[in-house]
Design a protein around this ligand. Structure first.
Ligand SMILES: *Cc1c(COP(=O)(O)O)cnc(C)c1O
Length: 401
């Protein structure tokens, strides 16, 4: 008899992953095929903002699926119009903002790259400036603005006209010449290990982009939709971008992405220049409306901020932990040694899901709905995993003995 791993190796594209065969979820927990329970503090990589099988999500999917699921972009739907207006309001675009709905983060960024090209075509600017450590997605355009060699090198040649610099104020000042059509920035680089931009970076990027006539595009696929305790991470910085991309938590598990434009950037696209068959269909839009509406009506962003602070304080006391990064419920836990892979595995063995985006960083991105019970369970399981790994690391005195 073949195991599920045999089936996966035979039938699925060989791309890694598949740490367990998960069959159901409820709240912050998921269960595998052997009915083993896991506390899910990764949330499908910062996606399941209401946890699993939340009644609001279930009702929205069921109701809209039974009403009207898909219609193509030849038509509009009330759900789509409601979502576009909601996103404009939450982002604070004012009247002249515009919204396009896609199916994923990488697609939202593809459209933002096209926005940069349209802007460049109008202004004679050809360069897209990106930051080392950035992750913008896996399709060819988004990959081209993702400098990480391991992701990009096998697929060269990628899009021309992309320049990458370190995420420092000095590098930004030096690089920002008149050839720059757009700068892409994640306010916090999630995939790099929850690495925030340096103090003042976004404000200076905004100034330089305005001075030089470039677009400031913020990739808030991971930080947006309330993840950091604000609807958008840029709102903490007191700046307004020209465009922002969203995905991940916006649909709480239903595939959906968005590009939101501000001001003059809203006039760059015109009929025929972009579209998507599935993007923003009534089903996806209705789910996002229900999810975002619930976050708003329940005041969940306050919980994101409070629980994030509570977690960061408590985690700092655990063995092997050197510090924490991030905002709200996007948290990078840095370790005193490059043992994040071992800690992740030890956590998994104990029924806790986290991930290791870098050799010395554990990332958590739990549901916005977590309370004391989930945090207590997390601290117990994570503390045990850290202690187990710490016990395998020789102390300096032992090394020299
Ligand atoms: C996850 C992520 C993407 C890609 O989103 P997909 O939905 O996986 O295509 C892009 N940018 C950032 C910042 C992300 O975290």
């Amino acid at each position: 008899m073949s195991t599920w791993q045999d089936d996966a190796s035979r039938d699925l594209m060989s791309l890694g992953g598949r740490l367990a065969l998960l069959t159901r979820g409820e709240g912050s927990h998921v269960w595998d095929a052997d009915d083993r329970r896991y506390l899910d503090f990764l949330g499908g990589i910062a996606v399941n903002c209401l946890g699993h099988a939340h009644p609001v999500f279930v009702e929205a999917v069921s109701k809209q699926a039974a009403t009207l699921a898909h219609i193509s972009n030849y038509f509009a739907s009330p759900a789509q119009l409601e979502l576009a207006a909601r996103l404009k309001r939450l982002a604070g675009t004012g009247d002249d903002g515009r919204v396009f709905l896609s199916n994923s983060g990488t697609e939202a960024n593809e459209m933002a790259i096209k926005l940069a090209r349209l802007h460049g075509g109008k202004t004679g600017k050809s360069t897209i400036l990106v930051l080392n450590g950035a992750f913008h997605g896996r399709t060819m355009g988004a990959l081209s603005i993702t400098p990480k060699a391991a992701y990009r090198d096998p697929f060269e040649p990628v899009l021309p006209g992309v320049r990458s610099i370190d995420a420092t104020l000095e590098a930004l000042e030096a690089a920002f010449d008149d050839s720059i059509a757009a700068l892409f920035v994640e306010p916090i680089q999630g995939e790099a290990g929850v690495v925030p931009m340096p103090d003042g970076f976004l404000a200076r990027a905004r100034e330089l982009a305005t001075e030089r006539g470039a677009l400031l595009v913020l990739d808030e696929v991971q930080t947006g939709s309330g993840r950091t305790g604000e609807w958008f991470a840029f709102q903490r910085e007191g700046i307004v971008p020209d465009a922002v991309t969203l995905a991940k938590s916006i649909g709480a598990g239903f595939p959906l992405g968005a590009l939101i434009t501000f001001g003059a950037a809203s006039d760059l696209f015109y009929p025929g220049t972009h579209n998507s068959t599935f993007g923003g269909n009534p089903l996806a839009s209705a789910v996002a409306n229900a999810v975002l509406g619930y976050i708003e009506s329940e005041g969940l962003l306050e919980n994101v901020t409070a629980r994030g602070a509570q977690l960061r304080t408590a985690v700092a006391e655990l063995p092997l932990v050197s510090g924490t990064r991030g905002e709200g419920l996007l948290i990078g836990i840095t370790l005193t040694a490059p043992v994040a892979a071992e800690v992740r595995a030890a956590a998994h063995e104990r029924g806790l899901i986290v991930n290791a985006p870098d050799a010395d960083v554990i990332r958590i991105a739990p549901a916005y709905t977590i309370g004391d019970a989930e945090i207590e369970e997390f601290l117990t399981l994570f503390g045990e995993a850290l202690s187990a790994v710490a016990a395998t690391i020789p102390t300096p005195t032992e090394t020299h003995a």
